[in-house]
Design a protein around this ligand. Structure first.
Ligand SMILES: *Cc1c(COP(=O)(O)O)cnc(C)c1O
Length: 272
């Protein structure tokens, strides 16, 4: 452990707990009874101090998302070990080793290459009890500023096969998308990015089931061969849940606005 964390002001603490409580309630309501298991809420804490995270932790939150490898390393060291960390930033394969060395890294949601997957697999400790969850990032909106694989090509299936066949320390957990903000702002219209990710998952799942049969089903997604979907952020998580999302990633709604400093880099902006 590094230096003890300073607590935020009473006012800030109250605000964080209030925001978190409200977002949880909205997640619960939007998920309705359609979800077999309750969706996961990942609190996206990039740029926010570890002390803010601790307040949410004390309120029972365990899943947190970060976009920058070094920031994640520092926070993981300073904060409780039962936090489940989700990496959601652009993944460079040369950073895979550092990420894999974080003992309580729970998922890497932005895998787009076999090289990165193999790098993670190779760097994970053999004695790690649980496999590391990976999600393949899909660029559903086709925007150039988003990374991710195109949903229509063979690349995605090839990468999924690679994870299943060659990366025993990884669990193919599901698919992740960011989607375009303009999609989300068109009220009343079905969000095409979310519909596209659902369709992509259904197709991929069918292909993998046919190829790998029963033997590997327990190694996927929810443990029964169902790939999970990570989609939905502060501005659109309710629409995402209604479309069938299993994992929503909410930052601003919990922690408030971020300073814009690094938006070009690890943060994959929604607005072109
Ligand atoms: C920053 C970020 C989020 C959270 O965005 P908010 O709009 O603040 O909720 C979610 N997913 C990814 C990939 C991000 O980079």
């Amino acid at each position: 452990m590094t230096a003890p964390l300073t607590r935020p002001s009473e006012k800030r603490s109250l605000e964080l707990v209030e925001n978190l409580t409200e977002i949880r309630e909205r997640v619960r309501q939007a998920a309705g009874s359609s979800h077999a298991s309750p969706p996961a809420l990942v609190a996206v804490s990039k740029y926010k101090p570890a002390a803010d995270i601790l307040v949410c932790y004390d309120a029972g939150q365990r899943d947190f998302g970060e976009n920058y490898v070094q920031e994640l390393v520092d926070k993981a060291e300073a904060l409780p070990r039962d936090i489940r960390w989700h990496f959601i930033g652009t993944l460079q394969s040369n950073k895979a080793k550092i990420l894999a060395s974080i003992p309580n890294i729970y998922s890497v949601q932005t895998v787009t290459s076999a090289k990165a997957a193999s790098g993670l697999n190779k760097a994970l400790h053999a004695e790690r009890a649980e496999p590391l969850n990976v999600l393949l990032q899909v660029n559903t909106s086709g925007e150039d500023n988003k990374s991710g694989l195109v949903s229509t090509g063979d690349e995605l299936a090839a990468l999924a096969r690679h994870v299943l066949a060659e990366c025993p320390r990884l669990r193919l957990h599901g698919l992740m998308t960011i989607g375009s903000l303009s999609e989300s702002l068109e009220a009343g219209v079905e969000n095409r990015d979310f519909a596209m990710l659902v369709h992509t998952r259904d197709t991929l799942q069918g292909v993998l089931r046919a190829e790998f049969g029963g033997e590997k089903l327990s190694a996927w997604g929810d443990g029964a061969g169902r790939l999970l979907l990570s989609m939905g952020m502060s501005s659109d998580f309710e629409a995402a849940l209604k479309a069938g999302s299993d994992i929503v990633r909410v930052g601003t709604g919990i922690f408030g606005e971020r300073h814009k400093k690094g938006e070009q880099k690890g943060e994959q902006t929604s607005v072109p």
